[in-house]
Design a binder for this molecule. Structure first.
Ligand SMILES: [Zn+2]
Ligand SMILES: [Zn+2]
Length: 245
């Protein structure tokens, strides 16, 4: 089994260190057939991609696809959107989504919440439940519901590092993701999905995807950490959509 594409890589358009072309060159070097450039959504106040750059990135990717098609690589434009509201709102609207070939969704701190109530959830309640048991179950249910609403509202291809930075009910999320054809990511950079979470999710019919989440170009296609957890959990590689025989 080998990796055919890395669908989660960052560039200097957010807080990655390399350019789009740098990432593409490493992807070619590592024998990948596809790479997606997915910088952080515009709702992140520190390093979100600037909305005006999204069409420019698209143009650059069209140009690079021409330049490197002889090397057998296909380059996609995506965004790692942020969840910004507990009603499932994300920081990408229809107009921006139109420019993308692939849409990722993750939970990150540093976002500007959709409302004051959402801000309470993101910055007060969720961090508190890390230390206090009180309210933990309730906030886990609300977080999970927020993701479920988001994947029902938007054409999200996969959820990045589910369970990192936020407590989620992986079983419930996997069930709904399976229905909608949204995959769950086994991220090489973050420890999520964890071995335990993979074991829970694999009981549902959900698809999995492995990605580097590279922030430096050299890391594009590096997914060994994901493979270790997959092996430990006993997940058949045939269930990972970007691994091929
Ligand atoms: Zn992320
Ligand atoms: Zn990322």
């Amino acid at each position: 089994m080998r990796l055919i594409g890395d669908y989660h890589t960052h560039t200097t358009y957010s807080h990655g260190k390399g350019s789009i072309e740098d990432n593409v060159k490493i992807a070619i070097k590592k024998g990948l057939k596809e790479i997606a450039i997915c910088d952080h959504g515009p709702g992140h106040y520190l390093y979100g991609v600037k909305e005006k750059n999204i069409p420019l990135m698209k143009e650059e990717i069209l140009r690079l696809n021409d330049k490197y098609s002889k090397d057998g690589i296909n380059i996609l434009l995506g965004v790692e959107a942020n969840l910004i509201g507990f009603d499932g709102m994300i920081d990408m609207d229809e107009k921006l989504i139109k420019h993308t070939d692939i849409l990722l969704l993750g939970y990150h701190y540093g976002i500007v919440p959709a409302s004051v109530g959402d801000g309470m959830g993101f910055y007060i309640k969720n961090p508190l439940t890390k230390h206090l048991r009180f309210g933990r179950e309730k906030s886990m249910a609300l977080n999970t519901l927020a993701f479920i609403k988001a994947i029902n509202k938007y054409p999200i291809d996969f959820i990045t590092h589910p369970g990192a930075k936020v407590r989620l009910d992986i079983k419930e999320l996997a069930k709904e993701a399976a229905k909608l054809g949204t995959a769950l990511e086994i991220n090489a950079k973050h420890g999520e999905l964890s071995v335990e979470s993979i074991k829970i999710a694999m009981q549902e019919e959900v698809e999995f995807i492995v990605n580097s989440d590279a922030h430096i170009s050299e890391d594009v296609g590096s997914i060994n950490k994901s493979l270790e957890r997959i092996k430990e959990a006993g997940l058949p590689l045939a269930r990972v959509k970007n691994m091929k025989q």
